[in-house]
Design a protein around this ligand. Sequence first.
Ligand code: DC
Length: 224
Amino acid sequence: MQNIITVDGPSGVGKGTLSLELAKKLQWHFLDSGAIYRAVAVYALKKEIDLEDEMQVAALAKTLPLTFKVTSNQLAIYLADEEVTKLIRAETTGNAASIVAKHPLVRENLLQRQRDFAQMPGLIADGRDMGTVVFPKAPLKLFLTASAKVRAERRYKQLLDSGICVNIEQILSEVEARDERDRSRSASPLIPAEDALIIDTSELGVEDVLQKAWEAVIKTFPKR
Ligand code: DC
């Protein structure tokens, strides 16, 4: 399946928003790979497995009873019968996900699960290593960047809007710690693919980012 667009970048950069918009516009499937790592972390914590224990977390990742249900523009996430959509988005879960995501065996065991999302008519894949490791042959690879400060401010507003009270300095230090962990790990570090189109979203609104991405989509997939 050739119709794949990868959208990579650090946390809070706007990948999710852009990916969902592209998926809606193109009527293609959507892979939120971060949600898979988050689900592994939630499941490991539930089973009281040490997040640093690579073998145990990898075993769990292999048989993770995870399902996504897409309704209009919303994504509902289930672990076995339990809906974990909200829990998965918590800051603490994001930090735990970044720990399980550094284990090479965990990443390996999640590879096929992610590739299985590549179905007709097409796929928008959102993550950190979509263009470098999971779909290296994707015809269009986007890599979004923005300063840590801008991303922390966006995350802060998002959390406030969803009724979660947080401290902006704490968010900024967590964003920086997560970036450092994601960039410096040996397995699939967060780096743009050589052939990625880099979009700096620091000074851009959602519509501007979408427009830039859409220009690239039209060029790459003229017969979409
Ligand atoms: O995109 P996100 O914030 O939901 O991702 C949560 C964590 O999962 C992030 O800190 C790093 C990890 N992750 C990853 O290593 N590879 C991916 N493709 C997606 C997420």
